[in-house]
Design a protein around this ligand. Structure first.
Ligand SMILES: Cc1ncc(COP(=O)(O)O)c(C=O)c1O
Length: 401
């Protein structure tokens, strides 16, 4: 919950922008580091969730690795302090240039997603006279019980290598002289809220698959279970830190591994979602035929999750909180300025009576927000503003002064 003093400071900054609560961010990262150390889990932060330099620099300084899904993420993670031997690189469509750059950097492992990719990496490693460390991403055919667009571990999804190719895969790994087999990688989906049920199932399937590979003579040195821990979009103040305890306990209690086998996880959303808020302003209030519209200056170009997944974000009127009189409430369709009918933040949301210029908070926007921003409609990209350096943020335009 933003305090009055912070709201007053935010009100001076040109909107829209991403506001990061650094206290909450540090607390979350420190909590994860402590829990992971207690349970001997290795954590690779999934850079795709939020690639903001300041956040990455802190995460890398705490000894986490980085999980990347593009060549540029690999290079960026390295620039933000992640050592190459702590960077893994997944993705179904790595280009030759991306593979080359990661090979030259000497990353911990390519998480390979097809037989052809292993073949190409082996050839390129041969050509450039290096050895490529690879893990194989397996599609375990597990339903993560989440939105279908963030489900990644079913056979209908494009990710990973599935069971019918296991024997061929093992043969290819054995024959490829320029690769070094590191382990197996899994990632079944994102925003998983049935934590103990889904991750226990994942572990049980992973145990079977690891055993299968080892029985065939391959040593699995690394078991990477991916990310996916969900956050509470309904109540970000009630649950500012995701339930890492249950997630890690479920893994620790269900995964079978030897002392010489490391167990990795790759949280993205859960580490950064709740510390981020997209701050916007009401540009116009419009009475439609059947509805009242609050038109904001932030749109789907700034945060695409509602338009892309129908995702829910809690929305608050910060200016109304500062008003001294008791506000009447009203139902609004809160919308953005982009010329698309899907540019809707929330329909029929009950809010205090809102007026032009009111400062609005779109909560839980730290993950898959800023990273997915676009310049659609030639809009400007919303900048990042950090709670510990508000005075450095751009001065407000004076339209509402
Ligand atoms: C390979 C991989 N690992 C980890 C993650 C992070 O997932 P989440 O943000 O749900 O923790 C993703 C995101 O989808 C991913 O693709």
């Amino acid at each position: 919950m933003l305090d009055f003093n912070t709201i007053e400071q935010l009100d001076k900054i040109a909107t829209p922008f991403y506001y990061y609560d650094m206290d909450l961010f540090y607390k979350t990262v420190d909590h994860v580091a402590e829990l992971a150390a207690q349970r001997n889990l290795k954590v690779h932060y999934a850079v795709k969730a939020n690639a903001e330099k300041r956040l990455l620099e802190y995460i890398s300084s705490k000894g986490f690795g980085a999980d990347c899904v593009s060549g540029n993420e690999v290079l960026h993670a390295h620039e933000c302090g992640f050592r190459p031997e702590k960077i893994v690189y997944a993705g179904v469509g790595k280009s030759d240039k991306e593979i080359y750059n990661a090979l030259m950097l000497g990353i911990e492992a390519f998480n390979c997603e097809s037989l052809q990719e292993i073949f190409v990496i082996n050839e390129m490693a041969h050509h450039y006279g290096v050895k490529a460390s690879i893990s194989v991403r397996i599609n375990p055919d597990i339903d993560a019980h989440t939105h279908k667009y963030v489900t990644t571990g079913l056979y209908e999804n494009k990710f990973g290598i599935s069971q019918h190719e296991f024997d061929k895969l093992i043969e290819i790994i054995r024959k490829s002289e320029h690769i070094d087999f590191f382990g197996l990688h899994f990632h079944i989906g994102s925003q998983i809220t049935r934590v103990s049920e889904v991750f226990a199932l994942e572990c049980s399937r992973v145990n079977d698959i690891v055993r299968y590979f080892e029985d065939k003579g391959l040593t699995v040195r690394n078991i990477n279970l991916g990310g996916g821990l969900g956050v509470d979009y309904d109540d970000p103040d009630g649950n500012p830190i995701a339930d890492f305890d249950t997630w890690f306990d479920t893994i620790a209690g269900n995964i079978v591994h030897r002392e010489d086998q490391a167990v990795h996880v790759e949280p993205g959303r859960s580490m950064v979602a709740q510390c981020g808020t997209l701050i916007s302003r009401v540009v116009f209030v419009k009475s439609g035929e059947t509805k009242n519209f609050l038109i904001m200056d932030a749109g789907m170009n700034d945060l695409i999750r509602p338009a892309l997944y129908g995702a829910y974000h809690k929305i608050e009127n910060l200016s109304a909180r500062m008003r001294t009189f008791f506000p009447t409430h009203q139902a609004y369709d809160i919308v953005g300025p982009v010329c698309e009918s899907s540019d809707v933040w929330g329909a029929g949301r009950l809010l205090p009576l809102s007026v032009r210029g009111d400062l609005m908070a779109i909560r839980s926007a730290g993950a898959y927000g800023q990273v997915m921003a676009s310049r659609y409609n030639m809009k400007d990209i919303a900048p990042a503003v950090f709670s510990d350096s508000l005075e450095e943020a751009t001065a407000a335009v004076d339209y509402f002064a």
